[in-house]
Design a protein around this ligand. Structure first.
Ligand code: DGY
Length: 322
């Protein structure tokens, strides 16, 4: 029997590509260059399984291409706002993602942003590398003490809970959160957390950390008005999706010291970056590294493989989104 034809849109960890090669008739993207709309459409016509990742814009134009051969879109990444799920449903395509395996690493990164922003480590490193460090002194680069402060999560899914775990048990932080879905009482009790409105999160947190999905429903949720509700001493942390924050509103707040600072791993329109961010000292900027550990990226790839295997064994893929 002919092997199943699979197309992968970007380079994946070598360990995962090796398994793909062994089990499938796979075409890898050796150049690692993002694919165009036309290339993705062609892939859906020529391959049984299409494996995009979170930077591929798999919109309705791509998915509705005629004469499709593909039956499954097995995505590498937990977020799925890059895929038009309604269009996928309409086209009868199965869509899967890779949750859970990146929870700890993404929470680690959220904490790293929080700590870096509060303790001004980026500013310190820039000063030192520029040869401008004049030595220890009592008033040098004082930031905010993290221990005992209040963490406010917008969205309280897996990654937010893992961040709360680190903040509460590691740094003695109080946890409050807003989420349209109420987590179990057991989860709330574990972190001694309080479920409040988004306005209360903004008004009462020392660190506001975003953990909601991206897409239409949360587009610019953090706009001028909502950022304006934050304490002047507070920090905004985003390890979720860039378009949840109105970049211009955030830049304005950072420039005019309406908030103390921010830690950002994701950006509206990334990898393009609003150059105004680069002028600001009170923001920590990272290039979407949330899940970027060797182990997690392998686990994410293996999770895609598990979903494909289930699909081709006529079972329900564990991480089916559509
Ligand atoms: C995801 O998986 O959605 C992240 O943004 C990349 O790890």
């Amino acid at each position: 029997m002919d092997k199943i034809k699979v197309l992968v849109t970007r380079r994946w960890p070598a360990e995962v590509e090796a398994v793909l090669k062994e089990k499938y008739d796979v075409t890898l993207n050796e150049s690692d260059k993002p694919m165009t709309k036309e290339e993705m459409q062609k892939a859906l016509q020529e391959y049984d399984c299409f494996c995009p990742t979170v930077t591929d814009n798999v919109n309705s134009e791509v998915l509705s291409v005629e004469n499709k051969r593909a039956k499954i879109v097995a995505s590498f990444g937990v977020g799925f706002n890059h895929i038009d799920l309604d269009a996928a449903k309409k086209e009868g395509l199965v869509v899967t993602n890779t949750p859970e395996v990146l929870t700890d690493c993404t929470a680690d990164l959220a904490m790293s942003l929080l700590l870096s922003a509060a303790r001004r480590t980026g500013e310190g490193e820039r000063e030192l590398r520029a040869g401008k460090w004049s030595g220890w002194r009592p008033t040098h680069l004082r930031g905010m003490r993290v221990t005992g402060k209040t963490l406010g999560c917008i969205g309280f899914g897996r990654i937010a809970q893992a961040t709360a775990d680190r903040a509460h048990f590691g740094f003695g932080m109080k946890v409050i959160f807003s989420d349209p879905y109420k987590p179990s009482d057991e989860v709330i009790k574990k972190y001694d957390a309080q479920h409040v409105s988004i306005e209360e999160v903004l008004k009462n947190s020392d660190f506001v950390s975003i953990h909601c999905p991206g897409g239409e429903s949360t587009y610019h949720l953090l706009n001028d008005e909502r950022i304006g509700m934050m304490k002047e001493t507070a920090y905004l942390i985003n390890s979720a999706r860039g378009d949840v924050i109105d970049n211009d509103a955030l830049i304005n707040a950072l420039k005019n010291k309406k908030i103390a600072g921010a830690g950002l791993d994701v950006f509206e329109g990334e990898p393009e970056l609003n150059p105004a961010f680069l002028e600001l000292e009170n923001v920590v900027l990272l290039p979407h590294l949330g899940s970027a550990s060797i182990e997690t990226r392998i686990d994410m790839g293996m999770r895609v493989l598990q979903n494909m295997e289930a699909f081709y064994n006529n079972q329900e893929p564990g991480d089916r989104v559509v």
